[in-house]
Structure formats: structure tokens, C-alpha cells
Design a protein around this ligand. Structure first.
Ligand code: PMT
Length: 404
């Protein structure tokens, strides 16, 4: 079975197994997160799991009958062998929480209930999210079972550390539902960008005037973060160079946080070594204070102007280091999108430029959608209108994929 490309996960199926641990209370939120991706969720619960969360809850949030028994006859098609039908239908088998007992069963190849039968029969990737008491998790038997399963190609999302429901402290907490959903999402995508390394710059830069004040812009990092996540789920090796933002980046990327345009230039120059693709989605300051005042400028100083100097243009500065790497820039414009973008494409030595409209609702800075056009030469390659940044990110990566 192939994975999804682009942003399209509709029509994909996750068989979601829940085993009997207290963290099963998070399962309905996992189902909701998966459904929000557009995937079809078939839930399978072990008998023990039903003690922690009811099948009715899971049925309601998944919109499907929940399978709990090997011989329930619940399969929509009367002649289907239920565990095989579920195993075959899965594009991913997700098990969260996975108890020590269930992983031991998997490691031994036991198949004495519906979920263990599905785990043994499926050809789909399996993602296991263990959750238990720290001593059970660290027990040599559990460690060995995890090792055996990893050797067989089973994927794991490690538990978080902290206070556990049993009162102990340590590793064993089930990660929060959004983290589980993100990991599941990654396993549903085709890895069409595997082997490609990318540097993606994101967010604004901040140019300090004194220890209190600085000049910055409205970039939230959302466009960059969408590109980072899309590139990671499609298998690219991603390094992020980000200005100060509250936005979180996909957990699989290496993130270098910087503050000023000068620091971003240094980090990009360093990150560029051996990189196949550079995407400059950051809104880099064009000006910085001519000098930095190391003590706070007082109100009584009656400051009326701040002298500015130009920052180095990062793309123009690194042009000589380009080799055969593919460079993508963004152009933030309020008017004449294609003319301004075309001129930046040439002057900055870019292979592709994405021009987006700023200064209007639903596009550009801080919004979840974007409008504009994509150029690779004098002609417009594509236009987009109020497109979700996630979808735009996949579109941009599709065009890059065709060219690298
Ligand atoms: O972060 P969000 O809130 O989601 O907003 C996204 C965005 C609007 C910031 C993003 O989509 C975007 O347009 N980023 C580029 C903004 C910008 O700096 O555009 P520009 O037209 O001024 O610069 C053109 C290109 O040169 C950009 O790729 C920029 O990163 C680069 N540049 C700019 C200045 C500079 N000193 N060095 C550069 O390399």
C-alpha cells in the first residue's frame, strides 16, 4: 500500500488499537485528532481497555462501531473474516496506549484477541505508543520486547517523563494526543522527499535597540512551520533557522533559534553545507539600529529618532555558496505581486519564488491561509487564493520535488 502525497489524507485508514492502561482516557482525543486529518478510524479495544474508557465514547467520536471481540460478527460484510479485514484495511495500525502485556504478546507473536490478531496479520506500518509504570517500562523484559519489535520494523513513540498516574515519577506517560496524531500522520505519507536535506527559515528577525526595545515585523512563523511539517512528514531531513516566534515546529526537525538578521545569516551559511534545498520563508529585517545601547534608553533622554543601517541581504550574500542547491524565496508584497516577485527571483539568484499578499485579511502575516502566486521563471507557474498554509506548503514541495 502506498502512502499519501501532498496534503491529501482523505481515504486513508487508521486502525486504532487501545489497550488497558489508565492513559486510555486520552484515546477519544486521539480519535478526534485523526478524524480532523480526514482519515477513516476503525477502533479496536482490548477487553482491559474497556475498563478505562467505554466503547460507546469511541464509537461516538469515530463514527464507527468499535470492535472489541474476535468473534463479534460486527464486520460490515457478513463473509469477511473480521481481524483479517481490519488488518488489510489499515494504512497504519496505531496502538496507544500500549501496555507492557500487549507489547510482550506482540513480541511473542501471540494472537489470542482481536487486536493481537490484527497486529500479527497486518502488512501496514505499526506505530506503538507505550504507557505504563516507570518500573514496568524499564524492566529488562519490557526493554527486550521493545528491542525485538523495533528490529522487526515496528515504530515507537517514546513515552514522556513526569508524574505518573500510579504515583511514581519517570518515563511512562502517554504523550499528549496532538503529538500521537502528528506521529501517526507522518507514517501515512509517502516519503517522496526522503534523502533530500532542506534548510527552511521561518519567522521574523528582531533587531535590538537597547535591552528593552527592538524592531521586528508581523511574521508568526506559521508559513515556515507548515513547510517544515510538510517536508518532515514526506521524509525530508529538515533544519529550521527561526527568528523569535511562539509557533512550534514539527518535532522531527532540527531547530536553530536566532534573533537578528545577522545571526540568521550566520546560521543559514552554516546550515547550507551539503543542503539540497533552501526555502527562505523568514521575514528578515531590512534595517537594524546603527548602534546598540547596552543600557536602557530612559524616557528623560527624549529619544526622537533611531538611526538605522541596512542589514545584509541573506539570499544575495549566500548566492556564491549555492552550488547546485535549489533556492526558494518568498516575496511579501502589497501590490504588483508578479512584477516585484520576478525582479526578486532574478536579483536574489532564486530558482523559485512564492509571492504572497500582505496587508489584507486571510493572507500573509499571521493568518492560516495565504494568497498569491508561484514563479520559477518569467511566467507564473501557479496561483493560490486563501489556501490553507499547510496545503500551500505541500503544493510548494510538490513543485520543488519535480525539480530536484
Ligand atoms: O510567518 P507568517 O506569519 O506565516 O507569515 C509568512 C510570511 C508573510 C512572512 C512569508 O510568507 C513571507 O512572505 N516571507 C518572506 C517575507 C520577506 O521578507 O519578503 P521580502 O520580499 O522582503 O524578501 C524577499 C526574500 O528575500 C525572502 O525570501 C526573504 O527571506 C529574503 N531576504 C529578505 C531580507 C534580507 N535581509 N535577506 C533576505 O534573504
Amino acid at each position: 500500500m502506498g502512502g499519501a502525497t501532498g496534503e491529501d489524507l482523505a481515504g486513508r485508514t487508521v486502525v486504532y488499537g487501545i489497550t488497558g492502561g489508565i492513559a486510555a482516557y486520552k484515546a477519544p482525543m486521539v480519535v478526534r485528532g485523526l478524524k480532523a486529518l480526514g482519515v477513516d478510524v476503525h477502533t479496536v479495544m482490548t477487553e482491559a481497555a474497556t475498563h478505562f474508557v467505554t466503547p460507546l465514547t469511541l464509537q461516538t467520536v469515530s463514527g464507527r462501531a468499535v470492535c472489541t471481540e474476535l468473534f463479534s460478527g460486527l464486520s460490515p460484510d457478513a463473509h469477511e473474516v473480521e481481524h483479517i479485514a481490519l488488518a488489510d484495511r489499515a494504512d497504519l495500525l496505531l496502538i496507544a496506549p500500549a501496555t507492557a502485556d500487549f507489547m510482550a504478546k506482540m513480541a511473542l507473536g501471540l494472537a489470542d484477541d482481536l487486536l493481537s490478531c490484527v497486529a500479527l496479520a497486518t502488512k501496514a506500518p505499526i506505530l506503538v505508543c507505550p504507557s505504563m509504570n516507570v518500573n514496568m517500562y524499564n524492566h529488562p523484559a519490557t526493554r527486550k520486547n521493545i528491542e525485538v519489535l523495533k528490529e522487526r520494523g515496528v515504530h515507537f513513540l517514546e513515552p514522556a517523563s513526569g508524574e505518573l498516574a500510579c504515583g511514581w515519577e519517570g518515563a511512562g506517560r502517554l504523550p499528549e494526543p496532538p503529538r500521537i496524531v502528528a506521529e501517526a500522520k507522518r507514517h501515512l505519507y509517502q516519503k517522496d522527499l526522503a534523502g533530500i536535506s532542506m534548510v527552511i527559515t521561518c519567522g521574523p528577525t528582531a533587531e535590538d535597540i537597547d535591552p528593552v526595545r527592538f524592531i521586528t515585523n508581523r511574521s508568526s512563523g506559521k508559513m515556515g512551520a507548515a513547510l517544515v511539517e510538510a517536508a518532515c512528514v514526506r521524509g525530508a531531513n529538515v533544519k529550521v533557522v527561526s527568528g523569535p516566534v511562539a509557533t512550534e515546529y514539527a518535532p522531527w526537525a532540527e531547530v536553530v533559534m536566532v534573533r537578528s538578521a545577522e545571526a540568521m545569516l550566520d546560521a543559514v551559511t552554516e546550515g547550507l553545507k551539503g543542503t539540497d534545498v533552501l526555502i527562505m520563508a523568514a521575514a528578515v529585517a531590512d534595517y537594524t539600529p546603527a548602534s546598540y545601547r547596552s543600557s536602557k534608553i530612559k524616557k528623560k533622554d527624549r529619544l526622537t529618532a533611531v538611526e538605522l543601517k541596512s542589514t545584509a541581504d541573506i539570499l544575495s550574500t549566500i548566492k556564491p555558496l549555492k552550488r547546485d542547491a535549489f533556492f526558494v524565496g518568498f516575496a511579501a508584497e502589497t501590490e504588483n505581486l508578479s512584477d516585484s516577485a520576478r525582479q526578486k527571483l532574478v536579483s536574489k539568484g532564486l530558482d523559485m519564488i512564492v509571492a504572497n499578499r500582505v496587508g489584507e485579511a486571510g493572507s500573509g502575516f499571521a493568518s492560516d491561509t495565504n494568497s498569491g502566486l508561484i514563479l520559477v521563471g518569467p511566467g507564473v507557474l501557479d496561483t493560490f487564493e486563501h489556501l490553507e498554509k499547510e496545503a500551500l506548503a505541500h503544493k510548494i514541495l510538490d513543485y520543488i520535488r519535480e525539480r530536484v
